[in-house]
Design a protein around this ligand. Structure first.
Ligand SMILES: [Zn+2]
Length: 291
């Protein structure tokens, strides 16, 4: 298997919304479409099921380099737009959801409240960036309190940051497999493994109860492999998931049995598809060199 996994987050319908994306986590619909066209023409797009089959050492996925598309955080616009495009192109993707935030009316993530604070100049960009750095190392609720305290909380609810509802996820289930992204998007290293294990069980059960399928994959919130201790993986993740993804840049090549609970993923920005292709090529060649 030769695999590069890509991470998308939000997908904006209106290109002008990119001006309010200080952390660079969104792409526009037109960028997403051009990325997919390029990926389809040069690589084999694979589904979660093909990956779980391929980690069986007897199976080799074609001769082509494979791409797995993932989309994190469960944004309404991101899920709906991606689902439309995936349907048109006959492809699938894996969406990582923190169930505690789905159907919580008007809720926005702390980093989006921070982005709005920066856009409206209630806090400086410098201050916002520093706060983002510290908040990603806190349990979710603490991070939210910290950001609300400094920015004054939600000022109007930006449509572009709205989260999907369970109904949205059920409708998009024809092209999406769902995985767990923590229960509340807590930084794993800020939570004891016993709490984490209970949270992950609850997150899995919630996805099943909402008819979104039985999740087999996990994406570590904030993607930081260094923030996940060996103990947490052993106690909380092993036996609960078949695959777990970090956001450590890289690709998996050959039959090397890389740690399926610490798989690399590459963050995608709103860049031209040629630049995305260059990044993927670099990931594959450095993975080959380090084999
Ligand atoms: Zn996330």
């Amino acid at each position: 298997m030769s695999l590069c996994t890509l991470i998308y987050h939000n997908i904006f319908d209106d290109d002008a919304d990119l001006a309010y994306d200080p952390f660079g986590i969104a792409v526009t619909r037109s960028t997403f479409v051009s990325h997919l066209k390029m990926l389809k023409s040069r690589y084999q797009l694979v589904s979660q099921a093909q990956i779980t089959e391929a980690i069986n050492p007897d199976t080799v996925l074609g001769g082509m380099d494979c791409i797995l598309l993932t989309i994190d955080d469960g944004y309404a616009q991101g899920i709906l737009t991606a689902a439309e495009v995936l349907r048109e192109m006959g492809e699938r993707a894996l969406a990582f959801i923190p169930p505690a935030h789905i159907d919580s009316a008007g809720h926005r993530y702390w980093w989006d409240i921070l982005a709005d604070g920066m856009a409206s100049e209630r806090i400086s960009v410098f201050e916002g960036m520093a706060m983002q750095g510290s908040a990603t190392r806190m349990p979710y609720i603490e991070a939210e309190e910290f950001v609300r305290g400094v920015t004054g909380g939600d000022v109007g609810c930006s449509k572009r940051f709205e989260l999907a509802r369970w109904e949205t996820l059920r409708i998009a289930h024809d092209v999406f497999d769902y995985g767990v992204h923590g229960l509340r998007h807590d930084c794993f290293s800020a939570v004891h493994w016993s709490q984490l294990r209970a949270d992950l069980t609850m997150a899995k059960e919630r996805l099943i109860a909402e008819n979104c399928g039985a999740p087999v994959a996990l994406a570590y919130p904030y993607g930081d492999a260094a923030a996940v201790t060996k103990e947490q993986v052993e106690h909380a993740v092993t036996n609960q998931f078949e695959l777990a993804f970090t956001a450590t840049k890289g690709a998996v090549v050959g039959q090397s049995r890389s740690n399926v609970l610490l798989l690399p993923r590459c963050f995608v920005s709103n860049c031209p598809s040629e630049r995305l292709n260059d990044q993927i090529q670099r990931r594959f060649s450095s993975a080959l060199q380090s084999q």
